[in-house]
Design a binder for this molecule. Structure first.
Ligand code: FES
Ligand SMILES: [Fe+2]
Length: 422
């Protein structure tokens, strides 16, 4: 459990909060590249860490990221016109370039006036099918962290965004919680559960395709420079061999989940205290399509996912679409990995109070997430570098493999060696 004070401390992300200060030191995904599909397309309103921004793609294809409200008198630039190398406010026509240059101020045409001003614009990168921005202290812009998915062939990669109306930490904790996989995702993890038979799910793209029927994994955790990684060890039929699932936690909200032939990199980006944009990037050495991933996640049902707005739409208004009749053969009465994960996260409420929970050893990685985040908050408050900041993360991965008695689980991912903390 977590004291109410620490719970509040870890969950609040707005300006002036401790986690807000931590998060503002990092580059963040702010939208998918597909949300700004071509030069001069419609701009996008973005909420990040409790503040509003506008993202737009200019006539040259370059992405700009500005404060949402026009610096003249505060009309939303998300309603603006994107044309001829900038974004123009509808109200009085002021126009801004992607880098924040004030290009025109039609109601005060003296060019010397515009030249003295600069619109609040932020550094932007576009990598791996995602637009990233940095909104923290401008004298502390960190190196841009690369992930392995950025080097994947586009046909071998799918990028999705799912906006979920709950606090980021609920979703992060779900992602660092191996023991829920065999239970919540029973339909996909243990397809024969109803007949008490363990059959393996043959879908090589499925991150919930467990190789073992053991519902009580033993966790081992090791600190790394990016946060930590942990292994969930599950029994197999051979007492000398265990199934090992290794998953990293990347400060402040990242994880990588293994599927048999793909990796799922998941970043839980806080929009504000009670809304999160989940960015999921699937990549591997084989072709994969967006339709396949959407179906796997259960998001092909329009009752759950608004594809245009990237929003998870199920709620208590429709009891998350749970089908009680279906539950005779389907554990949750829901369909798809993300539908199950998001519904559970939302069922905890918009911002869960952890002072009333009852933890068990299988929750150790969840506890470590909180500790590592509290350490990172402290590091920033004391002027030290938080974990993961500015690191090259392209060697960080995940795996699901067999481990012989006496072998070190860390050897399953040798690329994590350089990043294991001294
Ligand atoms: S408020 Fe934007 S131009 Fe006046
Ligand atoms: Fe899950």
């Amino acid at each position: 459990m977590l004291s109410r004070e620490d719970n509040e401390l870890l969950c609040r992300v707005g300006p002036g909060t401790p986690v807000g200060a931590l998060m503002r030191r990092f580059w963040h995904p702010v939208c998918t590249s597909a949300q700004l599909p071509q030069p001069d397309c419609a701009p996008l309103r973005v909420r990040l860490l409790g503040e509003n921004y506008v993202a737009f793609r200019d006539s040259d294809g370059k992405v700009g990221f500005l404060e949402e409200l026009c610096m003249h008198r505060g009309a939303s630039l998300a309603l603006g016109r994107v044309e001829e190398g900038g974004i123009r406010c509808l109200y009085h026509g002021w126009k801004f370039s992607a880098s924040g240059t004030v290009m025109e101020t039609p109601n005060h045409a003296d060019p010397k006036y515009a030249a003295r001003l600069k619109a609040p614009a932020f550094p932007v990168r576009e990598e791996g099918g995602i637009v990233w921005a940095y909104v923290g202290p401008q004298d502390q812009v960190p190196a841009f962290s690369r992930y392995a998915f950025m080097d994947a062939e586009p046909a071998h990669r799918v990028v999705l965004r799912i906006n979920v109306a709950c606090n980021y930490l609920q979703l992060v904790e779900g992602g660092e919680d191996s023991s829920h996989v065999g239970v919540l995702h029973t339909n996909m993890a243990r397809p024969g559960w109803k007949d008490d038979e363990f059959t393996r799910n043959p879908d090589v793209v499925n991150p919930a395709a467990l190789a073992s029927n053991d519902l009580e994994p033993v966790l081992k955790i090791e600190t790394t420079t990016f946060g930590f990684h942990y292994v969930a060890l599950r029994k197999t039929d051979d007492p000398a061999v265990r199934n090992a699932r290794v998953v990293p936690f990347i400060v402040p909200y990242g994880r990588i989940i293994p599927a048999p032939a793909f990796l799922f990199t998941v970043l839980e980006v806080p929009e504000d205290d009670t809304h999160t944009s989940t960015f999921i990037v699937v990549h591997g050495n084989a072709p994969v399509t967006e339709d396949k991933i959407i179906e796997l996640l259960g998001l092909n049902d329009p009752n759950y996912y608004d594809r245009k707005n990237c929003t998870f739409t199920a709620s208590w208004l429709d009891s998350f679409g749970q089908n009680r009749e279906l539950m005779k053969e389907n554990w949750t009465g829901l369909r798809g990995v993300e539908v199950e994960d998001a519904s559970i996260g939302l069922s905890q409420g918009p911002l869960y109070d952890r002072s009333r929970e009852h933890l068990v050893p299988a929750d150790q990685a969840v506890v470590r997430v909180r500790r590592v985040l509290l350490d990172a908050v402290k590091a920033v408050a004391e002027g030290r570098q938080p974990a993961a900041l500015g690191l090259d993360l392209s060697g960080v991965g995940a795996c699901d493999a067999l481990l012989e008695e006496g072998d070190a689980w860390q050897d399953l991912l040798p690329s994590h060696r350089q990043t294991a903390a001294a």
